[in-house]
Design a protein around this ligand. Structure first.
Ligand code: CU1
Ligand code: CU1
Length: 272
């Protein structure tokens, strides 16, 4: 059984195992396709024109499936590994152990944003970026450089209190839990964290930074927490909505999984 733990509680051996599994996927060519897929789905499905991965109700099930697939790949390397979650309402500074050299490494240097310590520093030779939006092949960060601090627990709770999952017009202008969590309206949770980390995390190729997975594991946990708080609030929309993934529509690029099939995460993993 896969248990996703708070990254702050991992032992050094658990941190090392996670890092090693990520590095193995990278060196065997199984990491970069995730970056390609995410970038292709950042605005809309480039084949169909539908909004699938972002700015739409399927933002949460799309990323849930994407993380499940990545976690299975990690486990093919090391069955003991799961995706840790980063509770950014609690670990709110660049001094968090998350950013230590024995885990993800720290912020980028001022000259060019290059991360220079930890296992994902360019100088290690193990983390050269191949899927890019520009010519820079090194991981970049500017922790806290976006100006706004990370979301607080009170802000997260205010979004968890919203009773409706989503609302017409089912996009970045919608009311409801999904859009306030994604961050296009209101206090802005998810988008703000991408900007706070900066570098590639603020772009469509954000999975180039392994913190992406820990950020999205916490976003996914917040969805599960919201479901527990609002057991009678369904995924919306239910059916018949153009250019939007309804409850029983399959999602690209997998084409064999629907939001309905992903509402219960517990067959796949639980949160510690
Ligand atoms: Cu995303
Ligand atoms: Cu994201």
């Amino acid at each position: 059984m896969t248990v996703r733990k708070n990254q702050a509680n991992l032992t050094s051996a658990e941190k090392q195992a996670f890092v090693n599994a990520v590095l193995t996927l990278k060196s065997t060519g199984r990491y970069d396709p995730y970056v390609t897929t995410h970038n292709a789905f950042i605005m809309s499905d480039t084949d169909s024109g539908d909004r699938v991965g972002h700015r739409s109700p399927s933002f949460l099930p799309w990323h849930r499936q994407y993380l499940i697939q990545f976690e299975r790949d990690l486990q093919s390397v090391d069955p003991s590994v799961s995706i840790p979650y980063w509770d950014w309402t609690a670990d709110r500074t660049a001094g968090s152990s998350l950013w230590a050299p024995n885990f993800l490494g720290g912020t980028g240097r001022s000259r060019d944003g290059q991360v220079t310590d930890g296992p994902f520093a360019f100088s290690t030779g193990n983390w050269t970026l191949n899927v890019r939006t520009d010519s820079r092949t090194f991981l970049r960060r500017a922790l806290g450089g976006g100006g706004r601090p990370l979301p607080t627990r009170a802000e997260a709770d205010s979004v968890l209190a919203l009773a409706a999952y989503d609302a017409a017009p089912w996009n970045s202008g919608s009311e409801g839990f999904r859009n306030h969590l994604e961050g296009w309206r209101g206090v802005n949770l998810h988008n703000r964290v991408h900007v706070w980390v900066g570098g590639q995390m603020a772009t469509g190729v954000s999975p180039n930074d392994p913190v992406f997975w820990m950020h999205h594991a916490f976003v996914d946990k917040l969805w599960a927490d919201w479901q527990a708080l609002h057991p009678s609030s369904p995924y919306l929309p239910a059916a018949g909505t153009a250019n939007v993934v309804d409850l029983n529509d399959t999602m690209r690029p997998w084409n064999n999984v629907t939001p309905a099939a992903l509402l219960d995460h517990t067959p796949h993993y639980t949160y510690a």
